[in-house]
Write a new protein. Structure first.
Length: 101
């Protein structure tokens, strides 16, 4: 159960960063908030290996992308996108669930 809560918190942070900080400033500055390296140990544990987490990130708007330079796989959020209409409500529900536990 604690692993699910940790996963939700990390996903909320990544989604918030991608849809806010990741949409501000020049591409060099904002792109770091829109890319998530899947081989990162914390990300692997909380998203890649967590049932349904990767799919949730993709439903929000992240896409899988292979980087030819480093051979890594990333979740990438598109520039100019603040998320689907239901995102704000979904994020609030995730936060409420975390606080209730």
């Amino acid at each position: 159960h604690s692993a699910v809560l940790k996963s939700m918190k990390i996903m909320r942070t990544l989604i918030t960063n991608a849809t806010t900080k990741g949409q501000q400033g020049g591409d060099e500055t904002s792109s770091k908030f829109r890319r998530v390296r899947l081989s990162n140990p914390k990300i692997r544990e909380s998203i890649t290996d967590m049932n349904g987490a990767l799919e949730l990130m993709m439903c929000v708007g992240f896409v899988l992308s292979e980087n030819e330079d480093d051979g890594e796989t990333y979740l990438v959020y598109p520039p100019g996108d603040t998320g689907p209409d239901w995102l704000k409500n979904g994020m609030a529900r995730m936060e409420a669930y975390e606080k209730a536990k």
